[in-house]
Design a protein around this ligand. Structure first.
Ligand SMILES: NC(=O)c1ccc[n+]([C@@H]2O[C@H](COP(=O)([O-])OP(=O)(O)OC[C@H]3O[C@@H](n4cnc5c(N)ncnc54)[C@H](OP(=O)(O)O)[C@@H]3O)[C@@H](O)[C@H]2O)c1
Length: 288
């Protein structure tokens, strides 16, 4: 089996590119991984996308490429839709042409956050931001074009390969020793490394449809920051603030935590609590 990773230079893409081959060896699975970083594929260009995909002839395509700067999407609407919606469509179409399964990575920001409990896959979508709307348009395109798809919605990603909330809050703490963080927006922090086995289950069990995949549990940005400073023994003073007092371009859902029960039932793989994953990440990559 051949797996092609598009967006393989991104935070999740690089984790998948590095870890899936190791998982194949460890689990004695017979699949090979090919990568297509942005320098090699332009998903907004249908013919380039089709040419690269046809050249590799993968059985499974994982599309982790996206325009992910949520605030920048507000002022770059054309680019957001071009990458997140048209790009997703081009990948789905090229995949369909060669009968490949498409695993499309999406986001918790397709929800408006008005629900008081974690979101399940069938909950009504209603994105608040250009990013969320463009990603939802991408989901719809994938669903319309390629019957053999899995849409994987993930949440609050952090990992080794790019800057993220964890690295940013640590940098802010080191610089200012006093940081204000939002208490009334909730989500499920998710370690990129923990998504790798989940994606493996998706293609090895040939799971289809929409799946929510995140580390177990949820917290506010404030609680997440507090845990980061606790685990790194940082004496930074944290100030709770409300979302309305933290100016940013994009509207962010008040609650975008994900309920992963469907995926756990289908795969038997329950991701560990977010606090445990965070502790391992900080031990391995931040605390030396
Ligand atoms: N990060 C989060 O907190 C989060 C949360 C929920 C869902 N997600 C979703 O998870 C997926 C992976 O996110 P991530 O954080 O790993 O993203 P990332 O680090 O921003 O990586 C995205 C990758 O896509 C590439 N790319 C962008 N435009 C492209 C294009 N037109 N053609 C080909 N490649 C292109 C980027 O290349 P360049 O760097 O050269 O632009 C980059 O390598 C995305 O679908 C995202 O929407 C992320």
């Amino acid at each position: 089996m051949k797996i092609l990773i598009i967006g393989s230079d991104g935070m999740l893409g690089r984790e998948l590119a590095n870890q899936l081959p190791l998982l194949a060896r460890r689990e004695k699975q017979n699949f090979t991984v090919i990568t297509a970083p942005h320098t090699q594929i332009e998903i907004t260009n249908a013919s380039n996308t089709s040419e690269i995909i046809t050249r590799h002839m993968p059985d499974v395509i994982i599309n982790g490429a996206a325009f992910t700067d949520v605030d920048a999407c507000e002022t770059n609407t054309d680019k957001a839709y071009s990458v997140n919606a048209d790009g997703a469509k081009n990948v789905a179409q090229a995949g369909k042409n060669i009968n490949a399964k498409v695993i499309h990575i999406s986001t918790d920001y397709v929800f408006d956050g008005m629900k008081n409990t974690p979101y399940i896959e069938t909950d009504q979508t209603h994105p608040l931001s250009v990013y969320g709307k463009s990603k939802l348009a991408g989901e719809s395109a994938v669903q319309e074009i390629n019957g053999n798809y899995a849409i994987v919605r993930i949440s609050r990603l952090y990992g080794v390969h790019r800057s993220n909330f964890v690295t940013k809050i640590l940098a802010l703490g080191a610089e200012k020793r006093s940081v204000s963080v939002v208490t009334d927006q909730f989500g499920s922090p998710t370690y990129a490394a923990d998504i790798v086995p989940a994606i493996w289950y998706i293609f090895s069990l040939d799971l289809r449809g929409i799946y929510h995949i995140a580390n177990d549990g949820f917290c506010s940005w404030y609680e997440w920051a507090k845990k980061i400073f606790e685990l790194t023994n940082n004496q930074v003073s944290l100030h709770p603030i409300k979302a309305k007092d933290f100016e940013r371009a994009a509207a962010v859902p008040q609650n975008s935590s994900l309920d992963c029960t469907k995926f756990v039932q289908m795969s038997g793989y329950k991701m560990r609590p977010w606090q445990e994953a965070l502790e391992e990440y900080l031990k391995n990559y931040v605390i030396h």
